[in-house]
Design a binder for this molecule. Structure first.
Ligand code: CO8
Length: 165
């Protein structure tokens, strides 16, 4: 694929990320990958049999983890974008989940690709409010309201931050 059309995944610019949902440094993780498509961030993901809830249906906790990580990484990417900075530039920001509210609308197939689409609704200080829609086979199967809080800023870090690594 030509460089021009290559997707820039947010998670590729998050060093030392061992998170179960989105860490590129977690071999056992879900490896959520997010990218911009206009004002929305998109995550395409394929499940595995071990993530069943009911047979052939995706486990709701796994869905929540996908939404959570996609939104935390979107909050980070959005902050860099607002400041006109490239992902991976300094200072480094990290976000943690303040609130995650998921409404499960329909059963989600565990055997087909899912698509998450998130949008930043509001930024106020350290807080970023997002909405995320979750699709499978062309249907919306869940929607979520999410609050991300900036918990690490390398420009003000004085050490001892629990969210550093
Ligand atoms: C790099 C890898 C990325 C991985 C992503 C993985 C996602 C995760 O799993 S993160 C783990 C789960 N989350 C946590 O452990 C967070 C635990 N909670 C905390 O540490 C704190 O309560 C924390 C950071 C959320 C808030 O810290 P605190 O110092 O209280 O924030 P504070 O400065 O008072 O509040 C800032 C704003 O956020 C709001 N806020 C605070 N806590 C919350 C919350 N839980 N939900 C919603 N809003 C909140 C406040 O009301 C305030 O808003 P406003 O400015 O409008 O008044």
């Amino acid at each position: 694929m030509s460089k021009l059309f290559e997707k820039k995944y947010f998670q590729d610019y998050m060093p030392e990320n061992v998170c179960f949902g989105c860490g590129i440094n977690n071999d056992q993780g879900l490896h959520v990958k997010s990218y911009w498509e206009g004002e929305e961030s998109v995550c395409l993901w394929r499940s595995e049999e071990k993530y069943h809830g009911w047979s052939n249906l995706m486990n709701g906790g796994v869905m929540a983890t996908l939404i959570d990580c996609h939104c935390m990484c979107t909050a980070m990417a959005h902050a860099y974008q607002v400041e006109g900075r490239e992902l991976g530039s300094q200072p480094e920001y990290r976000y943690a989940t303040g609130t995650l509210s998921v409404k499960y609308l329909k059963p989600t197939s565990n055997n087909d690709q899912v698509e998450l689409r998130a949008k930043v609704i509001e930024v106020k200080g350290k807080k970023t409010v997002l909405k995320c829609d979750f699709y499978c086979l062309g249907e919306k199967t869940a929607e979520a309201d999410v609050v991300a809080i900036r918990v690490f800023d390398s420009s003000t870090d004085t050490g001892g931050n629990l969210f550093k690594s």
